[in-house]
Design a binder for this molecule. Structure first.
Ligand SMILES: [Zn+2]
Length: 353
């Protein structure tokens, strides 16, 4: 049994920023979604938090929120510094070898990698297994295959798994992260890594063909400014991939404060579909498409179920494996196939004209 317990101490006095309005659109028109939220995921953040929903752009946001200079307190046990590659050789059973060969067959065909073991039959088989295909496409963030050297920037690259994939496809890889250990590990692996926010690359306008912001935009203080800089850094015709939790999801409707995507106070602002449209337009984009994330309910529901169960004892929800997806998770996955704006994540690819 994991002995981690909630941190019930208060956030330091004088280190709270009171907004009174939506940090996305500035509207003061709002409803209170939750009061007294505590860090029920990583157990490292002090404080209790209120989550509000903007009536104009439909964002959910934490107010008051930690000041930028005190935010590190919410990340003390949060970072992972695993620099290992997900394709490290391991001994596999026959079934695992077949399964890996099928996925790699599709990866090599679609993304131009040279992974093994692999079979060309993986291409049609993966098309018959939409969950597998979607999982791989999200891993690769729909990065286009390329025959020429192109540049990709990952904002908040963390363990660097995605940039490893991109490098194996022949892309020149760059990344920013606020964590210095991440930067050190990244440089050692050939990543053009800079410490800080996306602004660290502000001296290179129109120099990237693809920029990815995966599960980062909900952590930043000014998401529109981040998207504006991404717009400036993209070449004309370049594309931006954004992936973030969806406050309009079936998962949030079902689990409320115990939904995985709430994660206060680290998730300063949680997007809905309308929020994303508003933010992309503000940043200069006027063309984007949504990536199908219907299957995400099969992952997010069981993890949120864990958070809910452990909230009764105040113990670490990740100390045991999550349960199998319950019928309501399968139903949510099915429904969000049709009602796409209620999937667990908002995943968009925006194009700079
Ligand atoms: Zn708003």
């Amino acid at each position: 049994m994991n002995e981690k317990k909630y941190d019930l101490t208060a956030w330091p006095e004088g280190k709270l920023e009171y907004l009174g309005h939506c940090p996305m659109c500035g509207s003061v028109d709002r409803t209170l979604l939750h009061d007294g939220l505590i860090d029920n995921l990583f157990f490292c953040s002090p404080g209790k938090w209120s989550l509000h929903k903007c009536r104009k752009c439909l964002a959910a946001y934490v107010d008051p929120r930690p000041t930028a200079d005190s935010m590190y307190l919410a990340y003390r046990h949060y970072y992972t510094h695993d620099a290992s590659s997900s394709n490290a050789p391991v001994s596999m059973s026959l079934a695992q070898t077949i399964s890996r060969s099928i996925g790699n067959g599709y990866r090599n065909w679609r993304y131009g990698t040279k992974l093994s073991p692999s079979t060309i039959f993986g291409v049609p088989v993966t098309y018959l297994l939409p969950k597998l295909k979607r999982t791989i496409d999200v891993q690769f963030r729909c990065l286009p295959a390329t025959a020429t050297r192109k540049r990709v920037l990952d904002v908040g690259f963390g363990g660097g798994v995605f940039l490893d994939y991109a490098a194996s496809m022949g892309w020149d890889v760059a990344g920013v992260d606020i964590d210095e250990v991440v930067i050190r590990n990244g440089k050692a692996r050939g990543i053009d890594a800079r410490q800080g926010s996306i602004e660290a690359f502000a001296d290179q306008p129109e120099s990237f063909d693809y920029i990815t912001i995966s599960h980062v935009i909900e952590h930043v203080y000014d998401p529109v400014e981040t998207l504006k800089i991404a717009y400036r850094l993209l070449k004309p015709g370049g594309q931006l991939w954004v992936d973030t939790p969806n406050i309009d999801s079936y998962g949030y409707a079902h689990y409320g404060a115990n939904w995985l995507g709430v994660d206060a106070p680290r998730h300063l602002l949680i997007f809905g579909w309308d929020t994303m449209s508003y933010a992309l337009k503000q940043a200069g984009f006027n063309e984007w498409r949504h990536v199908d994330r219907a299957h995400s309910a099969l992952t997010v529901f069981p993890l949120s179920e864990q958070v809910l169960r452990h909230s009764r004892t105040g113990t670490d929800p990740f100390s045991e494996a999550p349960p199998k997806p319950a019928p309501e998770a399968r139903m949510a996955a099915l429904k969000s196939k049709v009602f796409k704006r209620h999937a667990e994540f908002i995943t968009v690819i925006a194009v700079k004209k």
